[in-house]
Ligand binder design. Structure first.
Ligand SMILES: *Cc1c(COP(=O)(O)O)cnc(C)c1O
Length: 356
């Protein structure tokens, strides 16, 4: 149990206006959670304090070698006014897997959940209620030793900030156009692809810029070794429905194990669909698109939940998925996952956790 210290803001910000559509990740609430770490002392001084700037020396290690991790999850307001988190323990377990991979000290899982609940409770009034909106929760840890040598830091800062958000893609649930990248790779097996850490995202920017210039909204990544097998789409996991079977790339060390991915696999199995986690090559995809067996393509991630894909391009080949509209399973998954998140439909797996 953390003994959290509270300091309330004396200068609350106005809540976002109900009529203005919320963007993703631009507005932050009144408070944040913070806690420090020192070798020999452990994590200490857990606190909920006003959202504020932090001061670090230019030599702080995070600025030089990227020792930092982050997570992303959401809180939702139900119609009867309760606040729900969606599978927070999966994010917390993953956070500690990331920590182990990049030599950041772990955080006790119960303490982590207590910290999330404490700051969400404090800023509960900021949870938006319009369809498609939620409160995005961003926990992260940075290395703060003032040192230019390469080694794990001995001091860290853990923070949780909150942002009321609307749809991740301005297109909403309209299918997006995806660029299959054959030059750059995002991650390699043995590297840090399965950890939620900044290095993976900076590695993705050049390809994302290239795709944007070509009029595509996201990049589909191939494996870094053979550049043949499909891994992820942007910062989402990817699913295909081929001949009635749901197929998603098997976790291989360079793919980020998404909580939404796991939820979608469980739901599809629960509905009696056959689900395969296996390698899938671009060639197989092109073939399936050509012979008409490729029925649906969608990405999964906390931010967008389900993001249908309507159009893929690989080198000079353009694949139009069916009629370019949202597929039946994609729509059903979106309705079911968001229905559970909002407490509107039965939660057969006990995925939601109430903040009280
Ligand atoms: C966060 C993330 C995902 C999706 O994970 P969720 O837990 O479903 O949000 C997928 N791929 C990458 C690269 C990510 O960073």
């Amino acid at each position: 149990m953390l003994n959290i210290r509270y300091e309330k803001t004396t200068n609350p910000k106005p809540l976002p206006e109900k009529d203005n559509p919320l963007k993703f990740g631009t507005i932050f609430t009144d408070h944040m959670f913070a806690m420090n770490y020192e070798e020999g002392k452990g994590w200490f001084d857990p606190r909920v304090v006003p959202y504020q700037k932090i001061s670090l020396e230019p030599s702080a290690m995070v600025f030089h070698y990227g020792q930092e991790m982050f997570e992303g999850l959401k809180a939702y307001k139900t119609d009867d006014g309760r606040t729900l988190l969606f599978r927070p323990n999966k994010n917390i377990e993953r956070a500690n897997r990331t920590n182990r991979r990049i030599c950041i000290p772990e955080i006790d899982e119960e303490d982590f959940l207590q910290a999330i609940k404490a700051v969400v409770k404090m800023d509960e009034a900021w949870i938006p209620t319009k369809p498609g909106t939620s409160l995005y929760i961003r926990p992260f840890i940075i290395a703060t030793d003032e040192f230019l040598g390469v080694r794990p830091s001995s001091t860290y800062l853990f923070m949780i900030i909150l942002s009321p958000v609307g749809a991740y893609y301005p297109e909403g649930l309209n299918p997006v156009k995806i660029w299959i990248e054959d030059e750059y790779v995002r991650a390699v097996r043995g590297g840090i692809g399965e950890a939620k850490t900044g290095g993976n995202y900076v590695a993705s920017l050049a390809a994302q810029m290239k795709a944007h210039e070509e009029g595509y909204s996201q990049v589909l990544w191939l494996d870094g070794v053979e550049r043949k097998y499909i891994e992820e789409v942007g910062a989402m996991n990817i699913f295909f429905k081929i001949n009635g079977t749901v197929v998603t790339p098997k976790l291989n060390g360079s793919i980020l194990p998404g909580v939404t991915r796991d939820s979608v696999i469980n739901l599809c199995k629960h509905w009696g669909l056959s689900v395969e986690e296996r390698r899938i090559s671009v060639d197989e995809l092109l073939e399936a698109a050509k012979d008409g067996s490729l029925e649906e393509v969608w990405g999964t991630g906390t931010a967008a939940v389900i993001s249908p894909v309507g159009h893929l391009r690989f080198e000079d080949t353009v694949l139009q998925i069916k009629d370019g509209g949202i597929g039946e399973i994609s729509q059903k998954l979106y309705d079911t996952v968001t229905g559970i998140q909002l407490g509107r439909i039965e939660d057969p797996f006990g995925w939601t956790v109430e903040v009280q």
